[in-house]
Design a protein around this ligand. Structure first.
Ligand code: IMP
Length: 362
């Protein structure tokens, strides 16, 4: 066995962090392949509580090389805070590597995310407002700023000037917010971020991963969020802006598809969702409240209460299919101990009949 991918099979928060942490101790490398600091999990070691958003949980094992891959979007301020908090608690963090091809979340991405959510007439997505979507939009529009740009002041300045002009216009004129950005202040801030993370940056993280594959090292590819939040295979448009599914590991980590041996799905024994969008088995009343309180279902990143409901077999079937799951880790079964009766969804009612495949048109 060489490459194992770990994916969430529902709407995120299935407990991937815990499983990644368990598996990491036997790995040589852990690679995060998509998302950004919209994700979050808490790791408790002895009396210390660690909150991670960007850094793979393998960081607690100094022998494990932890890679933030090209498919991740990075808010350098948040990353530095995370590195700082790990160091304060005695971790060396020498085993961290950051792809120079990863895209950088800028202040205007966060402002744009907030402004879009505020307006959102078509239906609020309920994003984490961390600038994730607008950063990926810039990546695919080819206006994005990558980690490597932080080391070329002239290039960065030119890209920033253009982006600041465009984003200020959109945010102030279309979204009627009031923002202003000073080019030189932002330039200096991000050049300084670049300096502060330079020791961790590798030019081509996929080369690192592929070298490890050739050497038959044990590699864990860590997806954030979950299948139903995938921009292609989830409940679009109520999704995140990247591909948490197993195929995302190939793109966001530079792993050849044939190198993947195992795909482990993590599934919670019931279902939760944060933010807007369809949730067929949602329990809005007492049962939902009970699941939330017993399960401690509050967001690790935003603290928002999670919507809760019964286990959904239709979602599970969809996730097994699009990820090609070879194994399953079930979490939080004990939360169900308090319930006399459990419900499990096996199909949806639709137009007088029943369907057991997740519908693509919401
Ligand atoms: P964004 O990723 O911040 O753009 O948010 C898009 C949607 O994905 C929103 O409904 C968020 O609540 C949801 N989301 C993003 N990251 C996570 C996560 O780590 N767990 C659960 N939901 C998430």
């Amino acid at each position: 066995m060489s490459v194992k991918v770990i994916v969430g099979t529902q709407w995120g928060d299935e407990g991937k962090g815990k499983i990644t942490d368990l598996l990491s101790r036997d790995m040589d490398m852990v690679v995060r392949y998509q998302g950004g600091n919209n994700a979050g999990h808490t790791v408790v070691i002895g009396k210390e509580v660690f909150k991670l958003h960007l850094i793979p949980s393998g960081i607690f094992f100094p022998k494990v090389v932890c890679v933030i891959g090209n498919g991740v979007v990075i808010d350098p301020g948040v990353l530095l805070e995370e590195i700082g908090s790990l160091k304060t608690k005695g971790l060396a963090v020498d085993n961290l590597r950051i792809s120079s091809q990863a895209h950088v979340i800028m202040p205007y991405h966060k402002d744009l995310d907030g402004a879009q959510e505020k307006k959102a007439e078509a239906g609020r997505i309920g994003t984490t407002c961390r600038g994730i979507g607008p950063c990926y939009v810039d990546k695919y529009s080819r206006y994005g700023i990558r980690i490597c740009d932080l080391y070329h002041e002239d290039v960065l300045k030119a890209k920033l000037a253009w982006n600041i002009e465009e984003k200020t216009f959109i945010i102030n004129n279309y979204y009627k917010a009031q923002v202003s950005y000073d080019l030189n202040t932002m330039l200096n801030e991000y050049i300084n971020y670049g300096r502060a993370i330079k020791q961790y940056v590798v030019e081509e993280s996929s080369a690192l991963v592929n070298d490890a594959i050739r050497q038959k090292k044990r590699i864990l590819m860590e997806g954030a969020q979950g299948t139903m939040l995938d921009v292609d295979h989830g409940t679009y448009p109520f999704v995140t802006s990247s591909n948490p599914v197993s195929g995302g590991a190939c793109v966001g980590g530079g792993v050849p598809p044939k190198a993947i041996d195992e795909v482990l799905g993590v599934v919670k024994a019931y279902v939760t969702r944060v933010g807007g969008g369809p949730f067929p088995t949602e329990e809005e009343g007492k049962v939902g409240e009970q699941l939330r309180e017993i399960g401690g279902e509050y967001g690790a990143t935003t603290g928002r209460p999670r919507r809760c409901g019964w286990f959904d077999g239709v979602v599970m079937k969809h996730a097994a299919k699009v990820n090609g799951l070879t194994g399953l880790a079930v979490t939080k079964l004990d939360v169900l101990d308090k319930f006399e009766k459990l419900k499990i969804c096996v199909a949806y009612d639709q137009n007088g009949g029943q369907i057991s495949d997740f519908p693509t048109d919401l």
